[in-house]
Design a protein around this ligand. Structure first.
Ligand code: 5GP
Length: 116
């Protein structure tokens, strides 16, 4: 049986989310706990647990994921003001959901990359 995650359920429409874009490879939806005026997650439709699990098979989906993340940023009106793309990986990286995702954050100055 394939691994399932909360993001898989969002991709399949089984739990509600504010989906801003979806195609055959990726889905983009607003983070439930936004850290900035724009905070959108872009995920592969199939489960890749994390960045460390990416294989050659995922190259097309990761290219799409990057292109959708930047298109979503432009659609949100932050293409010119700037934004941050984040992929957390593993425990020290602060990854909470074991389904690879790219955060698209912007709409205000985001400050230093890391606190301190
Ligand atoms: P991570 O820390 O794994 O990089 O980020 C996980 C993100 O997923 C967090 O920003 C969290 O707010 C978001 N998140 C967790 N559960 C849900 C959910 O059920 N719906 C939505 N829209 N976002 C979620």
């Amino acid at each position: 049986m394939a691994v399932d995650t909360i993001f898989s359920k969002i991709v399949r429409g089984e739990i509600p989310a504010d989906i801003v874009y979806q195609d055959d490879l990726v889905t983009a939806f607003r983070d439930i706990n936004a850290q900035a005026p724009t905070h959108i997650l872009v995920v592969p439709n199939h489960v890749v647990p994390g960045a460390d699990d990416v294989t050659e098979r995922d190259e097309a989906v990761l290219g799409r994921l990057f292109r959708v993340a930047t298109a979503v940023a432009r659609a949100e009106g932050i293409g010119q003001s700037g934004y941050r793309l984040i992929v957390n990986c593993g425990a020290d990286g602060g990854q909470e959901v074991p389904h690879l995702h790219m955060h698209v954050l912007g709409g205000r100055p985001l400050g230093r990359m890391l606190p301190g």
